[in-house]
Design a protein around this ligand. Structure first.
Ligand SMILES: NC(=O)c1ccc[n+]([C@@H]2O[C@H](COP(=O)([O-])OP(=O)(O)OC[C@H]3O[C@@H](n4cnc5c(N)ncnc54)[C@H](OP(=O)(O)O)[C@@H]3O)[C@@H](O)[C@H]2O)c1
Length: 261
């Protein structure tokens, strides 16, 4: 049985990870980590009368830590995982450049898998975007539109940026240098090769991403819509089972999708 620590266990996504893990025979939840709460996990998370206390303190054991907290939480638990040699599955998005560097450095010591989106659908979409981009060429304008619930802290979503990077890489460009975030005022003609990224915040939308390729006389649109957080939570649990025993390094969801088709 895999001993699982979950950071952000009372958040919108971490709560679902915790509920699914409590009902999954592969896992034993040994730590539910959040800002200070002095309660038993069964009181606040549906799924059984586990004796785990929701805490902000360092758990005694744990084979893998899944992090759906916030960027500062990732940094705190990253330190803990390095000290213990514990592999880390990171679902948090919105890290700064220096925080991302710290995650890269940690991967020299422990196995780290960071994914901006744990759903299988987005992983497969990423896999086909590069080839499609090359075949269509720069004559096709790319616009990415993401929609999330009104409480999402970061914009644009990490997933939108991941999809953007996939397309930019296929064009041999760096993502940031080709991107315009929203448009306003007299912007003039659209430069060839530009990628537009737009963030919509409304209601309780779990997550919707649209990628448009528009060229002479036609538009191709891919839409991915998460109906619930289960797509992310089950993907993160799959990653936790997969990463056990892997050597130190930086892994991506693609490593799993390719290893376990
Ligand atoms: N990769 C994916 O597939 C995916 C999917 C969905 C969301 N996300 C990302 O996951 C993150 C969380 O999203 P969410 O919607 O679940 O947010 P959320 O509801 O705000 O949950 C975040 C949780 O983290 C807790 N927290 C804050 N600091 C912490 C720390 N130092 N240690 C442990 N827990 C801490 C918060 O607890 P308190 O409220 O008590 O401070 C809160 O319960 C975001 O970055 C989001 O973009 C990723």
């Amino acid at each position: 049985m895999i001993r699982l620590a979950i950071a952000g266990a009372l958040g919108r996504t971490g709560r679902r990870v915790t509920e699914l893990a409590l009902g999954d025979a592969r896992f034993r939840v040994v730590a539910a980590l959040t800002s200070p709460h002095d309660r038993q996990i069964g009181e606040v998370v549906h799924g059984g009368d586990s004796s785990v206390t929701v805490t902000d303190s360092i758990p005694a054991d744990g084979d893998v830590l899944i992090d759906f907290s916030l960027p500062e939480g990732t940094m705190a638990w990253l330190d803990w995982c390095q000290i213990r040699g514990t592999p880390m599955i990171i679902g948090v998005t919105g890290h700064s450049a220096s925080q991302r560097e710290r995650m890269d450095r940690a991967a020299a010591k422990i196995a780290v898998l960071h994914a901006s989106n744990f759903s299988l659908g987005i992983a497969v979409l990423r896999g086909i975007l590069g080839g499609l981009t090359k075949r269509l060429g720069e004559a096709y304008d790319v616009e990415i539109v993401e929609t999330h619930h009104r409480r999402k802290a970061d914009a644009p979503s990490g997933t939108a940026l991941t999809l953007r990077d996939e397309i930019a890489r296929a064009r041999g460009r760096a993502g940031e240098e080709t991107t315009v975030y929203g448009r306003e005022g007299r912007v003039g003609e659209r430069p060839v090769g530009q990628i537009g990224v737009h963030a919509v915040r409304m209601g309780d939308v779990v997550g919707r991403h649209e990628v448009h390729f528009s060229g002479p006389g036609e538009t191709i649109t891919f839409t991915h819509e998460a109906h619930s957080r289960d797509a992310f939570a089950s993907g993160a649990l799959r990653a936790a089972a997969w990463i056990l025993g892997k050597p130190a390094g930086s892994y991506s969801l693609r490593d799993i999708v390719e290893a376990e088709p």
